[in-house]
Design a protein around this ligand. Structure first.
Ligand code: 5GP
Length: 193
């Protein structure tokens, strides 16, 4: 998505530790009109899929998931929650996800009430790096006996292993921008053609 690449070049900040900050439109302040355009693009990319639910993980995936839902007939958005205690209740699906940006492992849960075997799920998230968040979300869908119809990512860091790992598993993965390289010294960012 050309407009997204341009926005990243204009507003993104490359931080030490291989982290791209896009707080200006996605991770802190939300550019609603722009997220709406990204939702429309996900609809175009997954137009042949019958989606009953959009699944993401708190917090940064929620905005884009909600705007994407607007383009899929307002299907419900479910966001996996980071559990506060390790007392995992029976009525929850749970998985463990290593956090890329916070260097810790979270217990992540979804209520069994909100995901079931009849669901056809589009998984959406802001970033794809090593793939831990997406693998965890796939695990939650599988526990529910539901179907992963596709995975939509706003920004994939293509030089990390997540994208190839998930594509090799056979999932339909679409990223709106794929970063080929970024440099925290020069702030230079290049995209995959
Ligand atoms: P993964 O689980 O694929 O290793 O990392 C993806 C998750 O880590 C995303 O949910 C996102 O919140 C966070 N993340 C990974 N890399 C970046 C980055 O460069 N910038 C930001 N803002 N978040 C990132």
């Amino acid at each position: 998505m050309k407009a997204l690449e341009e926005k990243i070049l204009k507003e993104g900040i490359v931080k030490e530790g291989n982290v791209l900050k896009v707080d200006n439109f996605l991770n802190h302040q939300i550019d609603v009109a722009f997220l709406d355009k990204m939702g429309a693009e996900f609809k175009r990319l997954f137009s042949e899929k019958k989606i009953t639910k959009i699944l993401t993980i708190e917090a940064s995936g929620i905005g884009v998931a909600v705007m994407t839902s607007k383009h899929f007939n307002d299907v419900p958005v479910v966001f996996a929650k980071k559990a506060k205690t390790s007392n995992i209740a029976d009525e929850l699906y749970h998985t463990r996800i290593d956090s890329y940006t916070h260097q810790k492992t979270n217990d992540v849960v979804v209520s069994k009430q909100y995901l079931n075997q009849d669901d056809h799920v589009l998984i959406v998230d802001d970033f794809l790096a090593n793939g831990c968040a997406i693998i965890g979300l796939i695990d939650l869908v599988q526990q529910a006996g539901a179907t992963v119809e596709g995975i939509g990512i706003v920004i994939e860091k293509g030089y990390q292993e997540g994208g190839s790992k998930i594509r090799k598993l056979g999932y339909h993965l679409e990223s709106l921008a794929i970063i080929e390289s970024m440099n925290d010294q020069t702030c230079e960012i290049t995209f995959r053609k």
